[in-house]
Design a protein around this ligand. Structure first.
Ligand code: GDP
Length: 608
């Protein structure tokens, strides 16, 4: 916006410049070397350096100056300024707001979520089998990651055929909010389970309306009332209990209630008044993508606005391409796909990732340019990831920005009791400026799904006596999600409270220094049980603190009684080497347990 105004102003001014001088249009990036600035204006370097001196800037021709200073100089020489930034290449993507009159209603996009084994897959299959018109090739429908069905009352619904909360959240964290409605499947014989709660939290974080499908109603032990009352505890109040969330009793096996469920979805869709403009360049999101041996990179794209046509040139994430063919959910070739229609797209130059956004552009050069700009930007971001969202920065941001009054966090703990205690304590914190919002809390190791949800909401993950598993740790490192470990609730509360009120005092910070895995356990007379270990990361240090982790849960914390390399007592053992370790006053150690080695130091923290 600003840039546009600036450009208009420059244009208006351009007319008033002296005639005999050649007025040049100078492309000005965010920073420029003096010599290059002179070059772009076709002025002598010496003159430019002199002009800068006159303005009080002592610089040489090889120094870099900022765009504001450069702009002054350019104007002084009577040239026109065009400010450009690297990201300007993205501007060719058509981002014009749609005119209200051009909008037509579109099918809702539905994601099915719920606890494992509650029947997500069965329900998706049942709906597909009941409603998809059998294709010519004997009714074999193709799995492309999404499908559309027509209800008896004539509405069309799009189902994402990729159940799993990770997919939902990873799409969201990549900026693609594709789901309009979440169907929460709860088995009537099992009621609310941990992943049910996780699903509720995901849907709430994404602000997507929910419909509850109480599944397995055919089972004799089905108890739908328990499902409804259990849900109350998680602030999901279903219609049967005078709430606003629609609930439908279904059976994926007998087919009972399927039509009611579809009608409930259509009704919810009507309330949402979902619209899109089919007559514009297409924009969509990747649901699935893979490298197909015969067909090359293939992506299933859900068109979100506009119409995607054969021959269209597009950029998708860090890839680009030209639509060679479109294949629909029935396996048929189609010429085009409108809003809410899932299609397989062929003709990519590389494999994008689920959640990447696809945009149609005018020329191949633009598509290439945007893709390579994004590739570079992504590289830079990964490099800077380490420092992205730390608790301190987040709080600092929350304090600066009056609009960010909520500090989102994610809590994983060793037992339900601690998780609840932490959530309660967190909710009590908060003052006028910052309020803590627990996005999700659960029991067990920190997983990739947790990190995904945290990234999507810019939240840190708090592990209370639990650790992140290896893949979660990698993802967190890559995405710059902060994981903090605690073993005392007070410490956690104090940290958050102190940071929130800006009273940051000296803190005992814990530094992780290594991991060792127990390979074997020996009994040594006079010493007790000794663990034969392999140091898998960092170093093991005799003087450091140690914790024993079993399945990523902390079961003991203490110090070492001995650290041995072969027969010798040593101070340190490096990664990749084997060693013997024994704990002071503790010997319930088992093979496969992991020993975490850490040190404490006192640091003064600052909110910056
Ligand atoms: P998901 O893990 O949520 O995808 O669950 P699945 O769809 O794999 O279902 C788990 C198990 O529950 C399977 O053995 C299904 O046959 C069974 N199941 C699913 N829906 C129903 C139902 O409505 N009634 C009964 N009796 N069994 C069901």
């Amino acid at each position: 916006m600003k840039r546009k105004q600036e450009r208009a102003r420059q244009k208006a001014m351009g007319g008033s410049v002296e005639r005999e001088k050649v007025v040049r249009d100078v492309q000005l990036p965010e920073a420029i070397v003096v010599a290059e600035l002179a070059n772009r204006m076709a002025e002598r370097v010496g003159d430019v350096v002199k002009a800068l001196m006159n303005n009080g800037m002592m610089v040489t021709q090889n120094q870099t100056i900022d765009a504001d200073t450069a702009e002054l100089i350019i104007e002084e020489f009577g040239h026109k300024v065009t400010r450009v930034s690297d990201s300007d290449v993205e501007q060719v993507i058509d981002s014009v707001e749609d005119n209200e009159d051009d909008l037509k209603s579109r099918a809702p996009v539905v994601t099915i979520m719920g606890h494992v084994d509650h029947g997500k897959t069965s329900l998706l299959d049942a709906i597909r089998n009941a409603k998809v018109v059998a294709g010519e090739a004997g009714g074999i429908t193709q799995h492309i990651g999404a499908y559309q069905v027509n209800t008896d009352s004539g509405s069309t619904l799009t189902f994402l055929d990729t159940p799993g909360h990770a997919a939902f959240t990873s799409m969201r964290s990549r900026g693609a909010q594709v789901t309009d409605i979440v169907v929460l499947v709860v088995a009537a014989d099992d009621a609310v389970m941990p992943q049910t709660v996780e699903a509720i939290n995901h849907a709430k974080a994404a602000e997507v309306p929910m419909i509850v499908a109480i599944n397995k109603i055919d089972k004799p032990e089905a108890n739908p009332t328990k499902v409804r009352t259990d849900l109350l505890q998680h602030e999901v109040i279903v219609e049967q209990l005078s709430g606003e969330v629609q609930d439908v009793e279904v059976s994926a096996i007998s087919g009972q209630g399927l039509d009611e469920l579809l009608e409930a979805i259509s009704l919810q869709a009507e309330i949402l008044e979902l619209k899109a403009n089919p007559d514009r360049a297409a924009a969509g999101a990747v649901i699935e993508a893979q490298l197909d041996v015969g067909r090359g990179p293939v992506a299933t794209v859900l068109v979100q606005n506009g119409t995607l046509k054969q021959g269209d040139i597009f950029v998708v994430g860090e890839q680009w391409g030209k639509v060679r063919a479109l294949v629909n959910d029935q396996g048929d070739r189609v010429k085009e796909a409108g809003p809410s229609v899932p299609v397989e797209v062929l003709g990519l130059n590389g494999t994008p990732e689920a959640g990447d956004v696809l945009n149609v552009v005018d020329t191949e050069a633009q598509a290439r340019e945007i893709a390579s700009y994004r590739e570079k930007a992504a590289k830079d971001k990964r490099a800077a990831a380490g420092a992205a969202t730390t608790l301190d920065q987040l709080l600092a941001k929350a304090k600066e920005d009056e609009n960010v009054s909520e500090l989102p966090i994610l809590v994983k703990a060793d037992v339900q009791g601690s998780a609840e205690a932490i959530v309660q304590a967190m909710e009590k914190i908060g003052n006028d400026e910052v309020r803590v919002r627990v996005l999700h809390s659960g029991v067990g190791a920190i997983t990739e799904t947790d990190v995904g949800l945290a990234e999507a909401s810019g939240a840190p993950v708090i592990g209370f006596n639990v650790r992140a598993n290896a893949s979660a740790r990698n993802t967190a490192n890559q995405k710059g999600v902060e994981i903090r470990y605690y073993s005392v609730i007070y410490d956690l509360v104090d940290d958050v409270k102190a940071a929130a009120s800006g009273l940051l005092s000296a803190e005992i910070r814990e530094n992780f220094i290594g991991y060792a895995e127990i390979k074997e356990v020996f009994k040594v007379t006079g010493v007790g049980k000794v663990a034969g270990c392999l140091v898998t990361e960092g170093v093991a240090r005799r003087s450091a603190g140690v914790r024993l982790l079993r399945d990523n849960v902390v079961i003991h914390e203490g110090t070492l009684k001995t650290l041995k390399r072969f027969k010798d007592e040593v101070a340190e053992v490096q990664s990749g080497q084997e060693c013997g370790m024994a704990f002071e006053n503790y010997d319930d150690i088992r093979p496969q347990d992991v020993i975490e080695i850490f040190e404490r130091e006192e640091v003064t923290r600052t909110l910056s």
